[in-house]
Design a protein around this ligand. Structure first.
Ligand SMILES: Cc1cc2nc3c(=O)[nH]c(=O)nc-3n(C[C@H](O)[C@H](O)[C@H](O)COP(=O)(O)OP(=O)(O)OC[C@H]3O[C@@H](n4cnc5c(N)ncnc54)[C@H](O)[C@@H]3O)c2cc1C
Length: 432
């Protein structure tokens, strides 16, 4: 292909999830002279928040920190449903004219950096026409999330084929799944499982959450009283800024407290759990993890909805290892069988770095495991490449904002000083 016929943009953003949309906003606002395009493999924005359709799907972060700094979260629910998050993202895209920059059903396959040409050549599969096209860009901005979209993670369960009921993964929720009056076993005790338990227990016959080992589960209010009162007093934007600061401070405080005083944190969480559970409930068997709080992500349950379902007898927890699936349900290694009509495998995501895109620099494939991350957004010896990976111990999007602002300042510095290439380099290694 003649290089002059290849479409070129200054910054090519991969992914139109919450990260990619945020990146487009910051670039448009802080670097209005740069051209950009967003390539999105799916036919809708939102990534995670459009993909998952299981009952009750919601955030477990408060939206005053999970939403963007530049656009106030106005919904009265601080812990919000996927629908509310999608409405917020659609509004962001519409208000800022971002949709016109998005090319849907454009899946990026590979990207090759050429130092001689000072640009990336990007191979794209158009999922609408099956055509392969090439674009070029000065900067490759990877906002592709961190997991596979085509399949979730499911461990090998012995005897799986014997089960006569239905097996469902939350990442591929059948639209017409009817679980009214049915016995449901949910395998797992992460954020997805603790969301599904109360949501399904509303109409299911009974829901059992089957976990190999317990997770910390903390009740949180679904609404933030300060956030809902303050706008009337000081206006929407100032109220949002104050609530956001308050919640950032609270998240940091809780995390520090858990890290510095793990025993006290354990006792506190146990106390909060026991208060929500019926008298005599075996709290330690089902809610006392082997690790310390915030050594893994805490699971938040809004208004203690999961505990309420347990109190009401609509849901229960089993802590045991699976021996095998049977025709009727799941036999446990400790003996006994959990009978089920539906088994939900809430066993997680399949991780995938950089949207599965093959990267190369001057003809040499980039082996990501050999690279060193710089400031959590650049990779050693990979020129003009930015990736965005949010926080795991705080709201993801807080870091997206920091990375995007930093990137825009870097572009401004490079322009002011006549630089066109930027990459971090380890001391002692030779330049490209
Ligand atoms: C069920 C669930 C709940 C969560 N809740 C929270 C929470 O409450 N708080 C929190 O902080 N985090 C939460 N997370 C983590 C969450 O994924 C992030 O917070 C955030 O939504 C990620 O946004 P993203 O835009 O970076 O990635 P994604 O939402 O994964 O979007 C990536 C986009 O890139 C596109 N893409 C990928 N590869 C390619 C390619 N090769 N070519 C073209 N396009 C591509 C995808 O189609 C997708 O649209 C949750 C995750 C899940 C799964």
């Amino acid at each position: 292909m003649n290089s002059s016929s290849i479409e070129h943009v200054d910054v090519l953003i991969i992914g139109a999830g919450i990260s990619g949309i945020g990146a487009a906003y910051y670039l448009q606002t802080m670097q209005p002279g740069k051209t950009l395009a967003i390539l999105e493999a799916r036919d809708e924005i939102g990534g995670t928040w459009d993909l998952f359709r299981y009952p009750g799907i919601r955030s477990d972060s408060d939206l005053h920190t999970f939403s963007y700094e530049f656009k106030a979260w106005e919904n009265e629910k601080a812990i919000a449903s996927a629908d509310a998050i999608m409405a917020y993202l659609r509004e962001t895209v519409a208000e800022n004219g971002i949709r016109q920059s998005i090319r849907f059903r454009h899946k990026v396959i590979s990207a090759a950096w050429s130092t001689a040409d000072r640009r990336w050549l990007v191979e794209i599969e158009r999922l609408d026409t099956s055509e392969h096209i090439i674009m070029s860009c000065g900067w490759f901005f990877c906002a592709s999330g961190y997991y596979r979209y085509d399949q979730g993670h499911t461990p090998e369960f012995p005897g799986r084929e014997r089960f006569r009921g239905q097996i469902v993964h939350p990442q591929h929720w059948p639209e017409d799944l009817d679980y009214r009056g049915k016995r449901v076993v949910i395998i797992g005790s992460g954020a997805t499982a603790v969301t599904l338990v109360p949501a399904m227990a509303e109409t299911a016959g009974h829901v059992t959450m089957l976990q190999r080992s317990p997770t910390y589960i903390v009740p949180v209010p679904s609404e933030d009283r300060l956030a809902n009162t303050l706008p009337k007093l000081i206006g929407r934007d100032r109220a949002y800024a104050v609530t956001r600061r308050k919640n950032i401070a609270k998240q940091r405080l809780v995390w520090r407290f858990c890290q510095q005083y793990p025993r006290a944190a354990r006792r506190l969480i146990r106390h909060l759990n026991a208060k929500q559970l019926p008298a005599g409930y075996p709290v330690d068997e089902h809610f006392r993890p082997a690790y310390n709080p915030w050594d893994q992500r805490l699971c938040a349950v809004p208004d203690a909805d999961m505990f309420k379902a347990i109190r009401d007898g609509r849901a229960s927890v089993a802590t045991a290892q699976i021996e095998t699936f049977t025709e009727r349900g799941i036999r446990l290694q400790s003996g006994g069988e959990l009978e089920a009509d539906i088994i939900v495998t809430a066993t997680g995501l399949s991780l995938l770095a950089f949207g599965g895109i093959s990267l190369s620099v001057d003809g040499v494939p980039v082996n990501v495991s050999e690279k060193v991350a710089f400031k959590g957004f650049l990779l050693s010896d990979v020129p003009n490449f930015v990736y965005v990976f949010g926080y795991t111990n705080s709201s993801w999007t807080l870091k997206v904002g920091l990375v995007c602002e930093h990137f825009c300042r870097l572009l401004a510095y490079m322009d002011a000083n006549g630089h066109t290439i930027c990459y971090p380099q380890l001391t002692g290694s030779s330049p490209l």
